[in-house]
Design a protein around this ligand. Structure first.
Ligand code: BES
Ligand code: MN
Ligand code: ZN
Length: 501
């Protein structure tokens, strides 16, 4: 992980120094100070270009005369009064990306006393550093022949700010969240021959180092519990399904305090099963375990920062394959809840996995609420694109809090409807319900409606993350690839609403 340090403001003697410029070419006091030393070179350089200090813009000024610095980087923050925490994270990401692209290894960034910006300078320094760290992620372990000049170079970022030690302290928690985000990005990026139910369960077990209790259910235990819906999905694969249960007891009032609970869809590869998917793009289905990946990363973040909450994570891990042993369209399975399901399409498998995971979680842990994450439907991409996850819930208060945390973290969620008339659509003539309707209408709602039959009136929210779990382009704090969407959102949601003081 990119090394972050905080230091009291001082113009460094050598190397790279980045200073802030806000909208309309307004130099921060630190930039003004430096510009004086350089005889006005910064202002001159700025006037010679289109750089005006817009958010995420950068302008390098190389080898300025009169100082030992090799590079001054002017970075734009946009309008000072609009400079939110989230935007500062983006600015940190933009600075980091630029420095990586020019082959720099270390830099000092001054968090300017930008006039009109809110919060203390130390707080703003933390946000900027956090954004840089989040952007620094890269999954390159299988690129054995990449030229060194193509590799990112940045090793250390020093943020210069008055109140450096306060910033350092408050950054510690952020670093723990970033570690959770990175774990999620790692497991979601891994190929499906490396990450399958047993190996993903191993990743969950790894959290034991942080004090998380981890339990694994194998096929035998699941059979005993009657998890016929989950087991049906996995029966065509040579890889045995697993359920991993992670328990973090951080509530100072004791382990017996009701926990919050997070559930994840962990389909380590989704071929569609006998209802086989087309070949083009099928490789994307390696990240059909993103919901589980997010729950594992979230538990790492909560445990890493010693969150004062009791939290349970439960992930259902299966591989959905076609084979002689695979489930057939038309099969009827009995879920742990006792409800029977006619499986008309083996590609609507995520809901079958979550049916048993949700039922098990509410039945065993009696949680304050359950939030599940799943790359459940292609239809949510049609509805919301890649900007919002779909949010479905039986509880307005949960919705409000999740929407709020979404805005605060940039992991935005948009509420979608549920209702009895949708629910009726999944009634079956042969069983208690069917797993599809057979018509392409409101597909994400139908999926959520199916899940709701297994939550047993516990406050519950379902996040359909099919559109946001993977990104085809770099953005401020998220390099292209696995986003870990949900870790920051739910960490914030827990921190703001459910931790004991
Ligand atoms: N894992 C897919 C959904 C998905 C699609 C995630 C694209 C990410 C990107 C899910 O298991 C699935 O196949 N859903 C079907 C449901 C249908 C058969 C009712 C779908 O969306 O087509
Ligand atoms: Mn599927
Ligand atoms: Zn799937």
């Amino acid at each position: 992980m990119l090394k972050i340090a905080f230091a009291e403001p001082k113009i460094p003697a050598a190397g790279t120094y980045a200073v802030a410029v806000s909208a309309d070419r307004t130099l921060s006091p630190e930039a003004v100070e430096l510009d004086k030393k350089l005889g006005g070179a910064l202002r001159k350089a700025m006037m010679a270009t289109r750089f005006t200090g817009k958010r995420d813009e950068v302008l390098p000024v190389l080898a300025p005369a009169g100082v030992g610095l090799q590079r001054v980087l002017l970075y734009g923050v946009g309008k000072a009064e609009e400079l939110s925490d989230l935007r500062l994270q983006g600015v940190g990401g933009a600075i980091l990306a630029h420095l990586n692209s020019v082959g720099e290894t270390e830099a000092v960034v001054s968090v300017g006393r930008v006039g009109g910006a809110t919060g203390t300078a130390a707080q703003r320094a933390v946000e900027l550093a956090y954004g840089a760290v989040l952007r620094s992620y890269r999954f390159d372990k299988y690129r054995t022949k990449e030229k060194p000049e193509k590799k990112p170079t940045m090793k250390k970022l020093t943020v210069s700010v008055s109140g450096a030690s306060a910033a350092q302290r408050s950054f510690m928690n952020r670093e723990k969240v970033a570690e959770g985000v990175f774990l999620t990005r790692d497991v979601v990026s891994e190929p499906p021959n490396v990450i399958y139910p047993i190996t993903l369960a191993e990743q969950a077990k790894g959290l034991a180092k942080l004090g998380v209790d981890v339990e694994i259910l194998g096929v035998k235990e699941m059979k005993k519990l009657g998890m016929g819906a989950l087991l049906g999905v996995g029966q065509g694969s040579v890889h045995e399904p697993q359920v991993a249960i992670m328990k973090w007891f951080g509530d100072p009032k004791g382990r017996d305090r009701k926990p919050v609970a997070f559930c994840g869809k962990g389909v380590t590869f989704d071929t569609g099963g006998i209802s086989l998917k087309p070949a083009a793009g099928m490789w994307d289905m390696k990240w059909d375990m993103a919901g589980a990946g997010v729950v594992i990363g979230l538990m790492k973040a909560l445990a890493g920062r010693r969150a004062k909450v009791n939290a349970i994570g439960v992930v259902g891990l299966v591989e959905n394959m076609p084979s002689g042993a695979a489930q057939r369209p038309g099969d009827i399975v009995t879920s742990m809840s006792g409800q029977t399901i006619e499986v008309l399409n083996t590609d609507a498998e995520g809901r079958l996995v979550l049916a048993d995971v949700l039922w098990y979680t509410q039945d065993r842990f009696k949680p304050r609420f359950m939030v599940d994450l799943a790359t459940l439907t292609g239809a949510i991409i049609v509805s919301l694109g890649h900007e919002h996850a779909g949010l479905f819930s039986n509880n307005d208060e949960l919705v409000e809090k999740l929407v709020e945390s979404g805005k605060a973290t940039g992991e935005n969620v948009w509420r979608m409807p549920l209702g009895d008339s949708y629910d009726q659509e999944i009634d079956s003539d042969a069983a208690d319900m069917r797993n599809i309707t057979g018509v392409p209408a409101g597909g994400s709602i139908i999926g959520a409606q199916f899940l709701q039959r297994f939550v047993n009136s516990v406050p519950w929210a379902h996040l359909d993350i099919a559109g946001v779990a993977w990104s085809k382009k770099d953005t401020g704090t998220v390099p292209k690839g696995a986003t870990a969407f949900g870790v920051r959102l739910l960490d914030h949601f827990v921190a703001e609403n459910y931790e004991s003081s």
